[in-house]
Every structure is written in structure tokens, then in C-alpha cells.
Design a protein around this ligand. Sequence first.
Ligand code: 5GP
Length: 216
Amino acid sequence: MSRLGAERIEGVRHVAAGNQIAMAKRGLLLIISGPSGVGKTTITHEVERRLGGVFSVSMTTRPRAAEDRHGLDYHFVTVKEFQAALDAGELLESAEVFGNFYGTPRRPVEDAIAAGRLMILEIDVQGAIHVKKKLPEAYAIFVLPPSEEVLIERLRRRKREDEATIQRRFGKAKREIALARKCGVYDAFLVNDELDAAIDEAVEIVQRKMRDGATG
Ligand code: 5GP
């Protein structure tokens, strides 16, 4: 994977040099992050639905789970295909999570922002740091669990993975929360205690940001 790692950095440099996305008036690039099991996907899709946003469909090399919709939740690709996209400069940012690669296709983001749309990226903290560096006008929300106990309980309830994987995700979640707090990239932290309330709050925050000017 070291080759891919090197290419990845190269890809990011390429984007940083060549990417001149101007934020159109009222368009907003929204980043939503949070650990697994925190409910961020549901929140993201509700914000998208209620505010007429465009969801960024990431490219990933991770195996497709039963509930994943190819082309809607992710574009599932091979490492070779991912590498080709990276080489061609097609990814705005990319990151490695648990040995799998994830990346944001650049073109849909450019198109949506140019059209003044709300573009939503559900990406991890590494990705958010990269995007904010290139596009400081982006608005970033981090979704927090009410407590660590609630988070591990939610991870177990999903019944998606075995206990070892759950423990790995929990460990990563704790590190991710700590990094999110200290990296200075997030504009808002949203605690998902009760899902409907968290969705309403997210919608309100984003609406306010769009109304008050996304051009910063
Ligand atoms: P999952 O495999 O559980 O769907 O996602 C694992 C992690 O990767 C989540 O934190 C998710 O937000 C993040 N992620 C998904 N797509 C991307 C992407 O394109 N770029 C980055 N940096 N992270 C992503």
C-alpha cells in the first residue's frame, strides 16, 4: 500500500495546485463527520433531503455491505480503479481508513458549487482537514455521541460487525473525536442524543449558514 500512499499525497498536491473552486453565492460546501455509529449518515441524508442538497458519493475500496447502495452511498471500486482515479487527479481528497481507501470525486463538487448548490461531503477528519485547507469557506459539522457508553452500545446494536471490529471502531471513534476537537477545522459540534432533534438542529445550522452567506 505504500505506493498508493505516496500517490495519494501526490494526488492531494495536484488538487491543491490546480483546484480553483470559487464559492458561488449561496452555494455551500458542507462537511459532516463523526465516528461510526453516531447517526451521521441519517443526519446527512435528512439535511440533503430537506434542503435540496447534493450528496457526494465517495469512491471506496472497502467491501460492499448488504445495505450499501452502489452508486448512491458509494462507488465501490478495486484498488486499481482507485489508484487510476487518484493518478488522473479525479479526487478532491482521499484517506485510508482501516486499510481501505476512500476519496471524494472532485468533479461533482466543482459542478455543484459552481451551480450555487448545497454540496454535502460525509467524510472523516483527515478528509475534512484536507478539504478545509483547500477550501476554507467550507462549513464543517462534527456529530458527537452523548457519551462513550452510548456510542459502543449503538455500534453493537447495528449488528454489522464482530466484536473485534466493533472494538476497533470504538477505539478509532475516541481518537477521531479527540482529533476533531483539537484540529480547529469544525465550525459546529452537534450531539446526537435524540435523532429527530439532532436532525432539526443540523438543518437549522445549515440553513442559517446558507442564509447568512456561505461566501464567508
Ligand atoms: P464507512 O466504511 O463506515 O461507510 O466509512 C468509514 C469512514 O470513512 C467514515 O468516517 C466516513 O465518513 C469516511 N469516509 C467516507 N467517504 C469518505 C471520503 O470520500 N473521504 C474521506 N476522507 N473519508 C470518507
